[in-house]
Design a protein around this ligand. Structure first.
Ligand code: ADP
Ligand code: NI
Length: 217
C-alpha cells in the first residue's frame, strides 16, 4: 500500500510539472477534479482503484488537440513514466488503453476497447465538462481559440466524425448542443448518470438565462 502511495505522489508531481501553464480547462486542476470524481465513482462501482487513479491522473498528460493531432503522444509519455515504476505490465497496458480511449472524439467510431475502469474515468472526465465547471471550461476554451460566444445565424451541427468535431470553429454556445448537453445520456455507470443529472439541469438553466439576456429582456 505504501508503495502505491509513493507512486501516486510521484505521478502527481509529474503531472503538475507537465501541465504547467496549460489552458485552464485542461490543466492540473481539471486533472485533479477528474481524479477525485473517478475515485468517488470507483468506490461505488467496485473497480481497480489504482488503475482508475493513475489513469485519471495521466489522462490529459498530452491531449492530441494540443499536439498536432498526435494520438499516441499521451500514451507514449505515460508509458515512459510508468515503465520503471512498481506497476505490473498488465496494469500499465490497461492504463495506456484508458488514456487512448477516454476522449470524446474517439467515441464517434466503433468501440475497440472497454473496461469498467475506462468507463469510470470517462464518466469523470465527462462530468467535468458539464455543470458550472463545464460552462467555465467551455468559455475558457472558446476564448483560448478566440471564438465568439454566440451567433444566432450559426446553428449547431451534428458532427459525423471526431475530426470534423475537432475542426469546428463554431461559437462556444454551439458546443453545448454539439457535445455538452449530450453527455448526460452518454454516461457509462449508474453513479455517473446520477451525478450528471444536477449538472445537466444547471446548464439548461444557464442557457435559458443566456438567451434572455441576449435578447435584452
Ligand atoms: P475530450 O478531451 O473528451 O476529447 P474535448 O477536448 O473535445 O473532449 O473537450 C474537452 C473540453 O474542452 C470540453 O468539455 C470543453 O470544455 C472544451 N472544448 C472542447 N471543444 C470546445 C469547443 N468547440 N468549444 C468550447 N469548448 C470546447
Ligand atoms: Ni480531460
Amino acid at each position: 500500500m505504501a508503495q502505491n502511495e509513493e507512486l501516486i505522489e510521484q505521478t502527481v508531481t509529474f503531472v503538475k510539472e507537465t501541465l504547467e501553464g496549460a489552458e485552464a480547462g485542461h490543466d492540473w486542476w481539471h486533472t485533479n477534479r477528474v481524479r477525485n470524481t473517478a475515485i468517488n465513482i470507483a468506490l461505488k462501482e467496485g473497480a481497480d482503484l489504482l488503475v482508475v487513479e493513475i489513469s485519471a491522473l495521466l489522462h490529459d498528460i498530452a491531449d492530441s488537440k494540443f499536439h498536432d493531432g498526435d494520438e499516441e503522444f499521451g500514451p507514449k509519455i505515460a508509458h515512459d513514466f510508468l515503465k520503471d515504476k512498481p506497476v505490473s505490465k498488465e496494469r500499465i497496458e490497461h492504463i495506456l488503453q484508458i488514456i487512448r480511449h477516454v476522449s470524446f472524439k474517439n467515441s464517434f467510431g466503433i468501440k475497440t476497447f472497454d473496461s469498467l475502469e475506462l468507463q469510470i474515468v470517462q464518466d469523470a472526465d465527462r462530468l467535468d465538462a458539464i455543470g458550472a465547471i463545464g460552462i467555465a471550461r467551455a468559455f475558457n476554451y472558446g476564448g483560448f481559440k478566440n471564438r465568439i460566444f454566440y451567433d444566432p445565424e450559426t446553428p449547431p451541427q451534428n458532427y459525423s466524425s471526431g475530426n470534423a468535431y475537432q475542426r469546428s470553429n463554431a461559437p462556444t454556445i454551439n458546443h453545448f448542443y454539439e457535445k455538452l448537453l449530450k453527455l448526460k445520456d452518454m454516461m457509462n455507470t449508474k453513479t455517473g448518470r446520477e451525478l450528471a443529472e444536477e449538472r445537466h439541469q444547471f446548464m439548461e438553466l444557464f442557457l435559458k438565462q443566456f438567451y434572455k439576456e441576449w435578447s435584452g429582456e
